[in-house]
Design a protein around this ligand. Structure first.
Ligand code: PGA
Length: 368
């Protein structure tokens, strides 16, 4: 999964600020490896979707637990989805504090998001006093246990945002080692709570992010992205952060692809020694499948897609030929494998072959 840069406009934004959404969408377009999401007031969601023309995701900032009914003034997850949102924030500290939202209420909102097919970004974090007492880890653990439904199957875009209350809007941030430690702890809590599904959720950091401090935080391997309040209102600042994130995401995916290539090569080589049946390549398929589902969105591709993954596919063709499989047999029995490989390499390939190429691949995937 790539890095996510998520803006949170809070109760800010009128129609005349949609220009900023357009500017951010253009920046996202030019930096295609990083994922960009703008959480905006409900009144702006459908217009923001139009302004960004599908180039970034648009999210809501809160939702009611019920789908519909006598709740004057509330907005349901279904309504957000209907307006074009794909994600919603849940349990932002301003809602927990100012509107007395408890973990149980946050959990009900997360359930509502999942019912409506929205990803939920669940915010957790400790107060200044709790931080001073050294309680950050236990506070986050408690909030995760209380606000994540047990059998949650996270929709795409779901994440935990670690936002220490004392860092929000204050210009202060925790030390990098503190962020890394807390995020590792949160990952462990997630695993306990929802098992293997945790792999589908990013963990973001939020609180006083600026173009100056974004790089250091994004370089922490534990960090899956940022949730940004104040700086997201200034498209120039947000764009600077998106550019940094894209660069770091590119470095990460290149590293991952290199590791994946080695593993695939090794597995293919192992199979060459004892190819005995049509299932000979199964371990490779399993590996590629698992790797891709952990790291990138999976979509169908055909054998004949552009030469972006010629290397890995050729590896399979050669291995198969030596093992006595014909091309057509390989395609019949291993159809999904090149698809997985194609996708797993598409992020790094964007670095190598240019952003335009990736856009074409993604457009093709979307149209299939
Ligand atoms: P901030 O807000 O970036 O202005 O500190 C973050 C948030 O509230 O999500």
């Amino acid at each position: 999964m790539s890095l996510l840069i998520a803006g949170n406009w809070k109760m800010n934004g009128l129609g005349n600020q949609l220009e900023d959404i357009r500017a951010v969408a253009e920046c996202a377009d030019a930096n295609p490896i990083v994922d960009v999401l703008m959480c905006v007031p409900s009144t702006l969601i459908s217009r923001a979707v139009q302004s960004s023309a599908g180039r970034i995701a648009i999210g809501g900032e809160d939702c009611a637990p019920d789908a519909a009914g006598a709740f004057t003034g509330d907005i349901s997850a279904e309504m957000l989805k209907d307006a074009g949102a794909s994600v919603v924030l849940a349990g932002h500290s301003e809602r927990r504090r100012k509107y007395h939202e408890t973990d149980v209420m946050v959990g009900a909102k997360v359930t509502a998001a999942s019912r409506a097919g929205l990803g939920a970004i669940i915010c957790v974090g400790e107060t200044k006093d709790q931080h001073a007492r050294g309680d950050a880890l236990s506070v986050c653990a408690e909030q995760i246990a209380g606000s994540l439904p047990q059998n949650l199957e996270p929709c795409s875009g779901s994440a935990i945002a670690y936002e220490p209350l004392w860092a929000i809007g204050s210009g202060q941030t925790p030390r990098l080692d503190e962020i890394a430690k807390t995020l590792r702890h949160i990952r462990g809590c997630l695993r306990t709570q929802i098992g293997e599904q945790e792999g589908a959720m990013r963990i973001l950091y939020g609180g006083s992010i600026t173009p100056d401090n974004a790089r250091g935080i994004l370089e922490l391997p534990e960090v899956g992205g940022l949730l940004i309040g104040g700086a997201s209102l200034r498209s120039r600042d947000l764009s600077a952060i998106i550019r940094v994130a894209d660069e770091i995401a590119g470095q990460r995916s290149t590293g991952l692809c290199k590791a994946a290539t080695c593993e695939i090569e090794q597995l293919a080589a192992e199979r060459l020694v004892a190819p005995s049946s049509g299932l000979a390549f199964d371990p490779v398929a399993r590996f590629a499948n698992g790797w891709v589902s952990r790291n990138v969105e999976v979509g169908p591709f055909s054998w004949d897609d552009p030469p972006i993954y010629e290397g890995p596919i050729q590896l399979f063709r050669d291995a198969a030929a030596q093992a006595g499989f014909s091309d057509s047999e390989l395609e019949r029995s291993l159809g999904p494998v090149p698809q997985f490989i194609a996708h797993s390499f598409s992020e790094a390939a964007a670095r190598w072959l240019g952003a335009e190429h990736l856009r074409r691949l993604e457009a093709k995937a979307a149209s299939l």
